[in-house]
Write a protein that binds this ligand. Sequence first.
Ligand code: B12
Ligand code: SF4
Length: 469
Amino acid sequence: MRVAFVSGNREKLPDAVIPLGILWVAASLPERHEKTVVDLCFAEEPFDALRDRLDEFRPDIVALGMRNIQRADYSGTTDTIAYYAELLEAIRATTRAPVVLGGSGFSVMPAELMRRLQPDYGIAGEAESSFPALIEALEQGEGFEGIGNLHRFVDGALVSNPPAKDFLDMDQLPFPDRSLADPRYYTEYGIEGLQTKRGCPLHCEYCTYPIIEGRVGRIRAPRVVVDELESILEDQPDLKHVFIVDSVFNLPKTHAKNICREMIDRAVSIPWTCYANPLGFDAELAELMAAAGCAGMEVGADSGSDRMLDALRKGFTTKQIRSLSKLAQDVGIPDCHTFLLGTPGETLDDVLRTIEFIIDLDPFGAILMAWVDDYEALDPALAKERRKLHEAVLEVLEEHKTEFSWWSIPSLGVNYDPTLFEMLRKRGFHGPLWQHMRQMAAPVSRRRARSRTGRPSRSKPDATRVGSQ
Ligand code: B12
Ligand code: SF4
């Protein structure tokens, strides 16, 4: 069969991200199939590019990858769904090949997106086994029932198979097929994704990651991960930075330590960033990460209010956030904390408490997000109901936006806009750009750096804590 993978994602904030999931799935196809990746990220006219490439390739099956529902600045969801509807229309107008939808965005709400977008098939979650099985079933004209997480229409009714009994053994999977990737991810953005494991065992209230990857952590052998990393570095001389895309790198902690030890032993040298959690973080890990080249870690701290951390079922407290930040600072790893403002049950007082907490914590970087629920994409009533709090949060953020010039507030475009990012890249900065924001920040006067309650902040830019390029 001729399989055309289409990566619909055109988002370039905070970075253009390689369609790693598609490359994993493409690698798992048996060799007898012919495959191509139509990546629309850099196309000037995406619909024309899509039609031309499909016309040329004449696929028997089109596999459309949907990564995001949310916009990168968390300002909304609806137009991404409309964009994918248009892509489907363009595919249908070009080829009669069946369309299979998949990817992290699709996996968050597969049944709803099947109904809304009407592809022929959908596969939720990891697809290295189920996608080849679907192709096999299409060839044979039977065998659809046993395919885990497959969604399809039978006589007009949506039929959704249960997930496969077991998640995949990651060490048995071939490496992602990066020969199919657009070289501009390397030449223009210089950043690559690497996955050392799948699954997160925690139960944070809003989180969809376990739906995509499962709750059971499935680790890859450190030797295999570093083999992949070395092969990337060999093939991609332009690469400047690696993002470890694991939901949380340091859970389990022993795995993270072993990955660092393997990198250190094999003298792999490339700056990298990961997601870290205050649970499972200790001094030894911080030291190993620094020695292995960690250039930054992103922490889903979410709130500066213990009441909200509890409500969000984060499993850690503000004290543990402080401890992680201190350990990171001690070894010189820049830490950037993301805070979600306006989650269900939160009051404006909680939002203000979080802002005070950030001022007091003084992390290397902070990203303040005004919360948007994924389901707002499909539920106008929910979107309307949430709008009031969302707008109130934006007002609070507007008031505080000048307090620290290196904080990012994506919904207001503060330190999160394409022109600024392009300028930083032109100056040779790579990797997550918050790592460079602080050294660009103008000095802030103590008077301006006061919290709303008037308590002075101990914060001021510190040129010695600068991320590496
Ligand atoms: C790492 C990460 C980032 C990093 C990426 C770094 C990099 N250079 O790669 C950064 C911080 C930059 C980032 C940014 C954003 N991210 Co992000 N990110 C992730 C994360 C944790 C992992 C993504 C990943 O690479 N996974 C590894 C690959 C192998 O898995 P995968 O893509 O899911 O692929 C598997 C399956 O989905 C499936 N599959 C994939 N494609 C296809 C296609 C077909 C046809 C089929 C059948 C199957 C299939 O099979 C694959 C292999 O098993 C996920 C959460 C998660 N745990 O999934 C969020 C996630 C993908 N991100 C999300 C979002 C919203 C964003 C942003 C829009 C928001 C923001 N401001 O940060 C931006 C957009 C960036 C962009 N340019 O698109 C959402 C997307 C869904 C949604 N709710 O909209 C997720 C799911 C998190 C969430 N909130 O739920 N992200
Ligand atoms: S730790 Fe992160 S990935 Fe795990 S459930 Fe919580 S938010 Fe999701």
